[in-house]
Ligand binder design. Sequence first.
Ligand code: CDP
Length: 219
Amino acid sequence: IPPVITIDGPSGSGKGTIAHRLALKLGFHVLDSGALYRLLALAAQQHGVQTDNEKGLEVLAAYLDVQFEDNNGEAMLILEGEDVTQTIRTEEVGAAASRIAALPGVRAALLQRQHAFRELPGLVADGRDMGTVVFPDACLKIFLTASAEARAERRYKQLLQKGFDANLAAILEDIRARDLRDTQRAVAPMKPAADAIVLDSTALGIEAVLQAVIASACK
Ligand code: CDP
């Protein structure tokens, strides 16, 4: 079976960037599991399914028509035939994604879809519970973290770069709320797997983190 490297951690820890760079380096596939929750949140919004309607969301998840396409090395996300790559990155969709992610039925409904990304030559999986729940047999598990302030600042710069309006104080508040929801939820709470390497990137740049991860990467 194809090897998996998991990179878990909170919002803004840099795990998405690290996952993509690592996958590129190893020639592995990438799973951005957060994108699946965001896609489902957006689909729910478009179909008028409330974020607390667990049954409705389960059905939506089971029939979710999504494609992950490669656009010159950048992931392009197609929902029901429409390019939603930008749309799913708003704070509004992120907050809704975090709310629906707390529902056990939703997580169960998305499990198989995540497993389907495990293909040769290997997979780098980015999320909150990749090492603990989705790929417990991963050959390398990284838990990437950073202070809430540092993460808010990164997210702020990222949003501005993408041309979105952004407010640093509001982002910090949102990050704290999301951390709380992600760590306190009953099902698959965010935490390092027992066998994960915990890396604090508050004072480390992307290159330094990447070097640390590559140094222990399995193939
Ligand atoms: O970009 P950011 O790190 O804020 O979020 P994301 O990785 O795109 O994921 C959006 C939301 O989905 C997170 O706030 C989590 O609540 C949830 N999520 C999850 O519960 N489990 C995962 N494996 C990935 C994301």
